[in-house]
Write a protein that binds this ligand. Structure first.
Ligand code: I3P
Length: 104
């Protein structure tokens, strides 16, 4: 599964508040238990990631009901304590990402 998502990091590993907190538009792909990030689809096809990949083993993922500044935002909390928000382009895409990540 793959597609453009806006991503914001809220916590670093260990749960510390992230220093760089701006939203980034990233071409995102899930391969099994790995979530990888690329500048665009071309970079994805060339397999040149733009950010470190995330490991989804024992991750929590769900709609970010408490985040009200944007719509269709879900939260991903990794086993290492890091946490990210992702903005999907619509409700269906958000649910598709959540279902995909939850089943890893
Ligand atoms: C951040 C940027 C984010 C904002 C974040 C800011 O500033 O404006 O959009 O998150 O707020 O720190 P910068 O671009 O200078 O890094 P929101 O969009 O969620 O408000 P935060 O520190 O309250 O998370």
């Amino acid at each position: 599964y793959e597609g453009m998502l806006d991503r914001k990091q809220e916590h670093q590993s260990g749960g510390k508040r992230a220093a760089i907190r701006s939203w980034k538009n990233l071409y995102t792909a899930v391969f099994g238990q790995v979530m990888a990030f690329f500048k665009d689809r071309e970079a994805y096809l060339e397999k040149t990631p733009v950010a470190p990949c995330l490991f989804l083993h024992e991750a929590f993922c769900g709609a970010a009901m408490d985040y009200t500044k944007k719509k269709n935002v879900f939260r991903l909390r990794l086993k290492d304590g890091s946490e990210f928000l992702f903005e999907a382009s619509n409700h269906e895409e958000m649910n598709a990402w959540i279902a995909l990540i939850c089943h890893q």
